[in-house]
Design a protein around this ligand. Structure first.
Ligand SMILES: NC(=O)c1ccc[n+]([C@@H]2O[C@H](COP(=O)([O-])OP(=O)(O)OC[C@H]3O[C@@H](n4cnc5c(N)ncnc54)[C@H](OP(=O)(O)O)[C@@H]3O)[C@@H](O)[C@H]2O)c1
Length: 287
């Protein structure tokens, strides 16, 4: 069995949290097709013990944060809300990098207003290095200027803790020389293991590693090998993908995204799955 909690951003959070991106409309743009269902997912998550929710004001834009506020405000004392900055949305649903100091300040203000907060628990600098061909993967380049702006907003009391997203080990080190980093949110899952070394490095430093696309993202992982192991163990493939992450390292916190209460319940139940060495070896071999 894995440990169920992790010390994160000054609180103790359950390792299975919730990622709110799926609550916006198609393409993470506009309103959800079922507003009440979106509220129900959030309320069920918190009622079931989720106390770590990941969001961004550019989901919708503004939509996801406003739904979180409608569903959960006033927020439970133990809830850690994590948002991210680094983009705005075009009218055509495009994702436009927004890293100038004014963009970052405006981004914090938008999150505060739409979430109904005076200070945000955690803000991740979501990095997009200019010229990098694939913005779902990190590229090398300095992030000191942008992270310095967030550190300034932290000093002003608008942000409690700082994190990073889509970054390399060198960028984590660069940021940590400026201010403490409580989490790193990069793409990682059972079949996308490019961050194996970074997961271990952050575990040694006591920093949370929060994989985005833990189930594979918009097209969840499809693998006949995973289906076979899931059938043998009496779990769903998605539950095993999450259980594997929980067993992979103690600093991994999960934020699976779903717009469905039924899927939410399945995902939360992944914390109850114990994987022995043989099962882990079979799952490791799918990478
Ligand atoms: N930092 C970044 O750049 C970044 C990028 C992407 C995402 N994120 C964050 O990471 C979170 C997780 O990523 P994600 O939501 O994109 O991807 P994900 O969690 O890997 O997968 C979400 C997909 O899996 C489906 N799903 C969820 N639970 C399921 C289950 N039990 N059985 C079958 N299908 C299931 C969802 O559909 P249903 O709605 O039908 O359940 C949705 O299509 C996001 O919500 C967001 O907060 C961050």
């Amino acid at each position: 069995m894995t440990t169920r909690t992790f010390s994160f951003a000054g609180r103790t959070v359950n390792r299975v949290g919730y990622g709110a991106m799926q609550l916006a409309g198609p393409g993470v743009f506009g309103p959800p097709k079922d507003h009440d269902a979106a509220l129900a997912v959030l309320r069920e998550a918190v009622a079931s013990g989720v106390n770590h929710i990941d969001t961004s004001d550019y989901y919708g834009p503004h939509v996801t944060n406003r739904i979180i506020r409608e569903a959960l405000h006033p927020y439970p004392d133990d809830l850690v809300i994590v948002t991210k900055l680094g983009a705005v949305r075009g009218d055509d649903a495009s994702w436009i990098p927004a890293f100038e100091p004014d963009d970052l300040v405006r981004g914090v203000e938008d999150n505060l207003r739409n979430l109904g907060l005076d200070a945000i628990d955690v803000v991740n600098l979501r990095v997009m290095i200019p010229g990098n061909a694939d913005h779902s993967k990190p590229g090398e380049g300095s992030i000191a200027r942008q992270f310095g702006v967030l550190a300034g907003l932290q000093e002003r009391g608008l942000i409690r803790h700082l994190g990073l997203s889509n970054v390399t080990s060198a960028q984590v080190a660069e940021a940590r020389a400026i201010a403490p980093v409580v989490c790193v949110q990069n793409q990682y899952n059972l079949v996308q293991r490019g961050d194996d070394a970074l997961v271990d490095e952050l575990a040694a430093a006591g920093i949370a590693y929060v994989p985005f696309f833990p189930l594979g993202g918009f097209s969840p992982i499809q693998s006949s090998g995973l289906e076979a192991i899931a059938a043998d163990l009496g779990a769903t493939p998605m539950q095993l993908a999450l259980a594997w992450l929980l067993h992979r390292a103690p600093n991994i916190l999960l934020i699976p995204g779903t717009s469905s209460v039924a899927h939410l319940r399945q995902n939360l139940a992944a914390a109850d799955i114990a994987l022995d060495e043989a099962a882990m070896a079979r799952l490791d071999a799918l990478a």
